[in-house]
Write a new protein. Structure first.
Length: 325
């Protein structure tokens, strides 16, 4: 199993919660994102310790191929690690944005698009996110609404609390609100179209670039009855939060020894510790590996693992992420 050095990203809207949540020492402030596992060009995750210390995620993939990610996953994605795993901490509202689908992103940028999900780790009282529209919007009105700032009036706003889940397919407009801390699982892509940014200026005093025209043709202008993903939490069981062709995410809240069987899965597994901690024992073909983890730790389990044993402490809660074969 592997742990990577977090890539801490300073942003104009970033908060101060990530470093303490992850228990990492840094002189950085306004950290908006911690990229836990990334194969994005020029933002590659690096192994923190063990025999592979110092290697990047792509070096591991090049050496191990299907042993790391699984035969069917490797056949589909090749030498690209398919997921980007993050924590996001918003001190201020993020920009209103949207992502293209794979076909559009490949045509325009030569890269994959972005489907993603949010799991709300914590949220200040009364905090919210914006997701989708609260009324039908005509494509021909979109430019005017951005220019006269009325776009914010048609965005659906959701108050959020710890544990809420939202799946964001390509085309769905969205924004994380101030005071919201999320875990984000997404395709490996850094393509974002910024629709609206409240006229904010960057450190040099310039308004940030908007991608009005690029976004116009990829937005889903329809209205959904419910934008939230609902589930019922249960202790000592896998509870599926999101199950789509790009990734499956489960919630595990173990109160006792939890055996996660990965035989037949044919995929890598990512475990993100949301609360408490645990001792993780990987059951591999060549023996066992053990690691103690705590809140804020993200680990990558290779596809060769037959399973893991989780010994929880302090109200352990974690997300389990993989790609179904």
């Amino acid at each position: 199993m592997y742990v990577f050095k977090p890539l801490l990203k300073q942003t104009i809207w970033g908060g101060e919660a990530i470093a303490s949540f992850k228990n990492v020492e840094t002189e950085k402030h306004s950290i908006g994102e911690s990229w836990e596992i990334s194969a994005v060009k020029d933002h590659l995750s690096v192994v923190t310790d063990g025999a592979d210390q110092g290697k990047t995620i792509l070096e591991l993939l090049d050496e191990q191929k299907e042993k790391l990610v699984g035969k069917k996953v490797y056949a589909k994605f090749g030498d690209t690690f398919p997921l980007l795993i993050k924590f996001i901490d918003a001190r201020d509202d993020l920009s209103i944005q949207v992502h293209p689908d794979d076909a559009t992103a490949m045509l325009r940028h030569g890269t994959r698009g972005k489907s993603e999900m949010w799991y709300v780790v914590s949220a200040d009282e009364g905090s919210h996110i914006k997701v989708g529209f609260n009324q039908p919007v005509r494509k021909e009105d979109y430019n005017r609404m951005v220019e006269d700032h009325s776009i914010t009036k048609v965005l659906n706003e959701e108050k959020v609390k710890q544990g809420d889940v939202f799946f964001l397919p390509p085309g769905r407009v969205h924004s994380i609100g101030a005071g919201v801390f999320v875990a984000e699982i997404q395709e490996t892509s850094d393509i974002t179209y910024r629709i609206y940014d409240y006229g904010r200026k960057d450190a040099e005093g310039h308004e940030r670039e908007l991608h009005t025209q690029l976004a116009k043709d990829v937005i889903d202008y329809s209205v959904q009855e419910d934008y939230q993903t609902h589930y019922k939490g249960e202790f000592d069981k896998r509870v599926t939060l999101v199950d789509c062709p790009l990734f499956t995410t489960n919630l595990i809240e173990p109160t006792k020894t939890f055996n996660a069987d990965y035989r037949g899965l044919d995929s890598f597994v990512v475990l993100m510790c949301m609360n408490g901690g645990a001792t993780i024992t990987e059951q591999g073909a060549e023996g066992q590996q053990q690691r103690n983890i705590r809140q804020g730790t993200t680990i990558l389990i290779p596809a060769t693992a037959q399973g893991v044993v989780i010994e929880p402490v302090d109200n352990c809660k974690m997300l389990e992420v993989y790609i179904k074969a």
